[in-house]
Design a binder for this molecule. Structure first.
Ligand code: THU
Length: 132
């Protein structure tokens, strides 16, 4: 069960519009499709107590889990800008994605110019930590 890259990117870009990035000004949206073909989206939500902020990927993964999704087939992250390039997932989010990813899970990172890069979880988080 999959979805066209362009459609997932468009969902992530839509989610990004509602990001609450009051402190960093860096808005991020994430959209993922689960093993049933269901779409889940999220955005970053910051807080005056900075460490309490949530990343977009964490929000989208929480939505998937709450809706009964088990695995990430494909996830798109929309952030960044022309001058800094696409928003690749932060270290914590790589581990979060890893929890629900498989060898063929597709991770797309998109910037403002519409450019995107395609990764596997093995590329983003080699020699990862996991439990049985
Ligand atoms: N951010 C994400 O939402 N996802 C990432 O993978 C990288 C960083 C957010 C966290 C914070 O609200 C803002 O981007 C700046 O770090």
């Amino acid at each position: 069960m999959s979805i066209a890259d362009e459609d997932l990117i468009s969902a992530a870009t839509g989610a990004r519009r509602n990001a609450y990035a009051r402190y960093s000004g860096y808005k991020v949206g994430a959209a993922l499709v689960d093993e049933r073909g269901h779409l889940h989206v999220g955005c970053n939500v910051e807080n005056a107590a900075y460490p309490l902020g949530n990343c977009a990927e964490a929000s989208a993964i929480a939505a998937m889990v709450q809706q009964g999704g088990k695995r990430i087939v494909k996830i798109a992250i929309a952030g960044g800008a022309d001058d800094i390039g696409p928003c690749t997932p932060c270290g914590s989010c790589r581990q979060r994605i890893h929890e629900f990813a498989d060898g063929d899970t597709v991770i797309l990172a998109i910037d403002d110019s519409g450019d995107w890069q395609r990764y596997s979880i093995e590329q983003l988080l080699p020699a990862s930590f996991h439990l049985p």
